[in-house]
Each structure stands twice: as C-alpha cells, then as structure tokens.
Design a protein around this ligand. Sequence first.
Ligand code: ACO
Length: 428
Amino acid sequence: MSEFAEIILDGKSFKLPIFTGSEGEKSIDITSLRAETGYVTLDSGYKNTGSTKSAITFLDGEKGILRYRGYSIEELAEKSTFLEVAYLLINGELPAKAELDHFTTRIRRHTLVNEDMRKIFDGFPVNAHPMGVMAALASAMATFYPGSIDPNRSPEAIDLTITRLLAKMPTLATWAYKNSLGHPVNYPKNSLGYCANFLHMMFALPVEDYEVDPDVEKALDTLLILHADHEQNCSASTVRLAGSSQVSLYSAVSAGISSLWGPLHGGANQQVIEMLEKIKEDGGGSKKWLDKAKDKDDPFRLMGFGHRVYKNFDPRAKIIKVACDKVLNKLGINDPALDIAKELEEAALSDEYFVERKLYPNVDFYSGIIYRALGIPTDMFTVMFALGRLPGWIAQWKEMRGEGQPIGRPRQIYVGEQLRSYVNIDKR
Ligand code: ACO
C-alpha cells in the first residue's frame, strides 16, 4: 500500500504522506502542502478536513458506530454511569473503584458555588435563555478562579478546574432555572449522587418534600452518557479552537456552550419539541411537514433529522428511542408528541427525499420527549445537552493542550476587491 499521495500541480509532482488511523481511516497529511507548493486546501464547513488526530471517540457514520475510548456507546449506556464515563473520557481508561470514588468525592466537594456568583443572576432578565446564562457563567468562573488563566498552570491546577466545572455547572444550571421561575435556589445536597443532586436542585421546593425518583435519575444518567462526547463536532471544535489560544478552560467551555446553543447543533433538541407541538396544534399528520421540509423555498427543516457524519443511523437516537418508550411507560405518561415523532420518522424513512440524502433521526429527535417526561422545561433541553457534553469538551481540550497543538488558525481564499484608492466622501 502506498505511503504517499501524489499530487500534480502546475505539471510538477509532489508527495504527501498518508496517515491511517487505528480503525483504518485514511488521511492525506497536507501539513507541508503550502510550504512546498504555495497551495492551500479549500473545504467550507470542514466537511472533508481532519482537524486533529484524537484517541478519545471513534465514530463510523456509515455503520452507525460510536465508541468512547474503544467502548461501545450501547455497552456504556447499559452498564456504566455518567461519572464513570466522564472519568473514562478525561483520563483515557475506565477507573478502578478507588479511582472512581476519589473522582466522585472530589466532584461532590466542589458543588457549592461562590455566593458572589449568585449576584450575577440578578443582572439577567427573568426570561433569559439559560444557555446564554450558562455561557456567561462558565466564562465568569475564570474570574473567580484566576489560577485557571495562567497558561503555565500545573497539572494539579488543571485537575482542579476540571473538577470545579463538572461539580458546579449542574448547580449553576439549576440556579438559572430557579431564577427564571423567581423561586429560591436550592443548594447542592452532597449525600446525593450526581444526577439525583441535579434533580434535587431543579425540583425541590421549600414548601414541600421532594424525593428523587430512581427511574428518573437512571434515565437522566443514561441521557448524559449518550451526550458525553462526539469527536470533532461544532462545539468540541470550538472548545479546541478557543483553547488553542491558551485561554482558560472555563472560557473555552463557555465558547463551546455558545456553539452548542445553535439550532443546527444542540439547540435542535428544543426546536424538535417546539416543532412537534406545532404539528400537534396543526392537527397532526406528517405529509404537510415532510413536504415543507423538502421544499427548498421553505426555510422549514425537519429538526432532529440529518447529521453531518451519520449517514445510516445515529446509534444514540436508537438507544434514546427505546429509553423514551421505557421512561414514558414507567412514569405512566402518554405524550402525543411521541406518537407524532414516530409517525414523522416512519414517513421520512420511506420518503425518497430523505432516503436519497441519508437523513435519519439524530440524538435530538427523541431526547426532548424524555426530558419533558422527566419534568425538564423546554428551554433547559440544550442545557442538559451541555451538562452531558462537558466531559467530552474537557477531554478534547486536555488532549489538545497535552499534545501542545499549535494555535488553530485556518487559511482563507480571498475573493474581495483588489487594492483600490480611497475616495473622499463628497466624491462618492
Ligand atoms: N430537513 C430537510 N432537509 C434536510 C435536513 C432536514 N433536517 N437535513 C439536511 N437536509 C437536506 C439539505 O437541504 C441538503 O439537501 P440538498 O442536497 O438537496 O441541498 C441535504 O439534505 C444535505 O444537508 P446539508 O445541510 O448539506 O448537510 P450538513 O451535513 O451540512 O448538515 C445538519 C447537517 C446541520 C445536522 C442538517 O442535517 C440539519 O440542519 N438538520 C436539522 C437540525 C438538527 O437536527 N441538528 C442537530 C444535529 S445533531 C447535533 O448537533 C447534536
């Protein structure tokens, strides 16, 4: 097998090394292309660009495979816990019991948030979208922990930042929610597990008892596992790019949260439920909506459908669909949105337009229905995604920094005006 790709430019041949990943993925290393030939590659949206080598997550979009550190998502969702998966992603290996205990205990000890951060909430409007609040607060954390700003921070300081992020983001997320209701916030209860603590802070009220339902806790834990990483997606790439300037990890994560918020990325989970509601209000049925999605003059897209990488099925969507049925059955909830979603999926999967373009339900298609069944309000859906994705962002940042990757700085092909002379305003 050739170790080089040959490229002929202006009649001259150049050899570029081939690099093959551990799952046989082939790439052409173009690092020296510009220096040798004067050419750069052009790839809008990075549809065909490997931005890094990575040992964290493997996915095969044709076969519908997703693995964290070599472990299949199906097995992790069934047998593991979110904090164990977080440890795996961040440290590379599954933890021994003592390691997991240490990791978990440290996170529990850092769940409290500096009281001064609470004052920041007063500055947001009551109806502030919690993703905007989360992005602002993640960035604000760098000001509370200035040690994180030092580009020469020690491994211990990095570890502390990672612990603080994992511990405090759920507290801040629930406070954003409580604030939007005008309710008093709940402080973390460290006798509870990670997800139970989150549910307590979300739903406990000073006026009545609240007990965490173990089925709800388990379902939430599984959802977080399914969202924990997804290799070089839009938000992870944002975290890497922002982090490559050696900014604090808090700020890099804040950039990731902003990137995730968009409707074409994590924001799709909110859009899906709003779309299903709209379809319900309109009397149901799939034909009208599929026709709208197919109409190029109509901005409507079938939210929760399609994926840049998955061209067969999204394995997370498969697991979530089954979990969705299970949770709704267990909780005795009959959500018409689920029936509409299933009808839409069935119709789309047999429609030529969607089949031809290999458009399948993605992770966001069913997740909103579960979140809603768990009592999570719609505008918190993307926040749930962010909480799940946090270990992935951290792992991607840590890998990038650990390997001393250079600052991310793409090239462009300039297509604007050539040099022209300034014309005074009275002569224009
Ligand atoms: N509804 C209707 N048509 C669609 C949809 C959709 N949901 N998704 C893609 N298409 C069509 C496009 O119009 C395009 O058609 P064309 O070839 O005739 O022009 C073709 O399928 C390819 O789509 P692109 O937008 O070029 O694919 P890309 O890889 O750039 O986008 C994306 C992927 C953003 C996920 C897209 O499928 C989409 O907008 N989906 C809806 C939003 C969504 O669910 N986002 C969540 C993704 S998962 C995640 O981020 C966690």
